[in-house]
Design a protein around this ligand. Structure first.
Ligand code: UDP
Length: 489
């Protein structure tokens, strides 16, 4: 089963030529940002004949990223922006701070790049992703007619960021100390400790950066969000309703990695990929739970061992992308480069690999996730709830076990479990019995497990329908692109 987005949308295609309308997109670091923006670019090319330039940061010029960019269709070119000196930042500066600083310091260079691009392309719009709103200054100075924000996460996270400047005033203490969950229009109430990770310590620079971004989002002409109504219906209703001072919001998702241009070769070293798909071919339908923590997530050592023992205890078949444990908490040093540096299997419990070899397959560092999720043998996904992973799971109708780590993953887990009911969350104390129980419930349980499986089947249909010609996501993007005609000077 491939994502239908591949084939959809030739209806409005005008062909790609030198006079094609062109969009520049700034991709802040992380495959989780690059993949959905590249998908947006693919849809713009296939359906509207709009070409794109993806502008990437020098700090992310990894082999993974280079291969991914090289695999994209000809209508999508890429430019790596010059390196930026961040050596004055404290060594423990958070990822969000580093990305935000890098973006601000790139404004002069980006202005030049955009001005040059305007000389050779019909540049009709500039799109920045969630940490890139400061680059609107560069787009404005270079005379790009329209500036958009692409929000690769969901409407819940966007609602939080849009409200953050006022929450910054109304909630003086730390979110984690709140007695009551945070209630925002259209959103599932989020307990304080589950609120977006960079907001959890207000003394840190990354908190201030997030408040800043929340403010700057209002400078966008519109905000394109990689989500869809069925997965967060109330939030969609609120944000689709125009509000003075807030840019219009267009849910244009789910945009997930497609394979129409051999894009999956992207990030994956070739041998483990084919090996794991071959292994899946030999497993019964819907019998395997895929275990993966995104492009950079790694577990602390004790959680990694409990997970191994829990998988074994569950008696379920599993395919696990194993990374070396991260001693610095869960935010892996691998964020900028997915390849794990040491042999990750050496951290697994004694005898585990041998004992589980009939039912489990371990893959180091990286797997072709969308192909795994699309495989008929895959029946569940134990995920860190990175939003791309969630969307890929829903697009392929795979129910989830939620094991959030960082960024907005904990609030995604709340929304998926307490809200729409597409996942079961692993309890906070990560013991092997509890892990085993949750995995069994999801895969074969009659109560909650069956309800989650049924809900995900429904969401799968809604996701695919939205991407068809005339579907909600396709129409929302059509509406945005229609405004570009005649936009350039
Ligand atoms: N991914 C993959 N193989 C892996 C790990 C991740 O293809 O082994 C892809 C995954 O399909 C998704 C992206 O990397 O498109 C991860 O994005 P997500 O938002 O889920 O998490 P993040 O990496 O940002 O934490």
């Amino acid at each position: 089963m491939e994502n239908d987005a591949c084939n959809n949308g030739s209806a409005k295609c005008n062909g790609v030529g030198s006079a094609a309308r062109h969009v520049a997109m700034l991709v802040t670091p992380g495959m989780g940002h690059l993949i959905p923006l590249a998908e947006l670019a693919k849809r713009l090319a296939a359906r509207h004949g709009v070409t794109s330039t993806l502008l990437t940061f020098a700090s992310t010029a990894s082999a993974t990223q280079r291969e991914f960019l090289a695999s994209l269709p000809a209508a999508i070119e890429s430019v790596s922006l010059p390196p930026v000196d961040l050596s004055d930042l404290p060594h423990d500066a958070g990822i969000e701070t580093r990305m935000s600083e890098e973006c601000v310091r790139l404004v002069p260079a980006l202005t030049e790049v955009l001005a040059r691009l305007r000389e050779t392309r019909r540049l009709v719009a500039f799109v920045a992703d969630l940490f890139g709103a400061d680059s609107f200054d560069a787009a404005r100075d270079a005379g790009v007619p329209r500036r958009y924000l692409f929000f690769p996460s969901n409407l819940h996270a966007l609602t939080l960021l849009l409200h953050l400047p006022e929450l910054d005033v109304s909630i003086p203490g730390e979110f984690r100390d709140l007695a009551e969950p945070v209630r925002l229009p259209g959103c599932v109430p989020i307990p304080g400790p589950d609120i977006l990770m960079p907001l959890q310590d207000k003394s840190k620079a990354c908190y201030k950066w997030m408040v800043h971004h929340g403010r700057r989002y209002c400078d966008a002409e519109a905000i394109l969000v990689n989500s869809f109504e069925a997965v967060e219906p109330e939030a969609a209703k609120v944000l689709r309703h125009p509000k003075p001072g807030r840019p219009p919001v267009y849910p244009i998702g789910p945009l997930t990695q497609t394979h129409c241009a051999d894009a999956d070769s992207a990030a994956a070293p070739p041998s483990p990929r084919s090996a794991c798909l071959d292994w899946l071919d030999r497993q019964p339908a819907k019998s395997v739970i895929f275990v993966s923590f995104g492009s950079g997530g790694a577990l602390p050592m004790d959680h990694m061992r409990e997970l191994a023992l829990g998988m074994e205890l569950s008696g379920q078949r599993f395919l696990w992308v194993v990374r070396s444990p991260s001693d610095e908490g869960e935010v892996s040093a691998n964020y900028y480069d997915a390849e794990t540096k040491k042999n990750p299997f050496s951290y697994l419990p004694e005898g585990f690999v041998e004992r589980t070899k009939e039912v489990g397959l371990l893959v180091p560092s990286w797997a072709p996730q969308t192909k795994v999720l699309a495989h008929q043998a895959t029946g569940g996904f134990l995920t860190h709830c990175g939003w791309n992973s969630v969307l890929e799971s829903l697009v392929h109708g795979v129910p989830m076990v939620a094991w959030p780590l960082f960024a907005e993953q904990r609030q995604n887990a709340v929304m998926l479990t307490e809200g729409v009911g597409a996942a079961i969350r692993v309890p906070e104390a990560k013991g092997k019995e509890k892990i085993a129980a949750v995995v069994r419930e999801l895969m074969v349980g009659e109560g909650r497990g069956a309800a989650v499986r049924a809900k995900v089947a429904e969401l799968h249909k809604a996701a695919i329908d939205g991407l068809r010609d005339g579907g909600a996501a396709t129409s929302a993007l059509d509406e945005v692109v229609d405004k570009w005609t005649g936009a350039e000077k």
